[in-house]
Design a protein around this ligand. Sequence first.
Ligand code: CTP
Ligand code: MG
Length: 232
Amino acid sequence: MAYRVIIPAAGQGKRMGAGKNKLLLTLNDVPVLIHTLKVFEEDGKCEGIVLSINPQDEKEFRFLIQKHEIKKVTAIVPGGAERQHSVYNGLKALSDNGIVLVHDAARPFIDIETIHRLTDMAEETGAAIVAVPVKDTIKKVQCNTVTETVERSSLWAVQTPQAFRISLLLEAHRKAEAEGFIGTDDASLVERLGYKVTVTKGSYDNIKLTTPEDLFFAEAILRKKQYMERKG
Ligand code: CTP
Ligand code: MG
């Protein structure tokens, strides 16, 4: 199923503490932003990329996109104060039909098989997300004291990409804005409409680079990918 993708890249990377947007940090000499864009550049089913950026990064991002020959970026829009605003601005740059993916620029290890499974599911159900079952036992804690152990079998850690019919995601964002609701992902805005969101299992490698130790995990995941490619 053909799709377009909105890539929010307008954060500041505060928790990474790199003194600049974490998407400019490199893995194997290539910026994180470019690792992520390349996945979609190389996917024949991706028909366009809308990138939400902080205007202060615009010059550098445009330079990198050109240098690494990324051709599918059809629009660069300004991000907003929250990730949700950055996605909404991207959404406004798209025409109102087909399937749209939203994928964090800070998740460079997304694989094409997962993307295709997700887009096929969204085509059928209207709204689909990628998630993995949590491995740890999760407890609720208040004032250093356990208040509840949550039944683990029903807990999933949600990632991006998330895929939607464009008209549905637009309606969800419009409603959230009108009601002043800020969610931590796009699916939660769709859930508020009472719409069912379906889930496909992703990979534990699809990490979001958030804090400095994630860079060490990222190096390890890259090495694993290269090893797998050599092995064929
Ligand atoms: N993002 C965005 N607009 C914002 C905030 C975040 O487009 N106002 C993007 C980030 O660039 C990132 C993705 O949303 O690709 C996920 O956000 P997160 O991991 O929280 O990145 P940052 O907001 O940059 O990091 P931090 O929260 O540590 O400052
Ligand atoms: Mg953030």
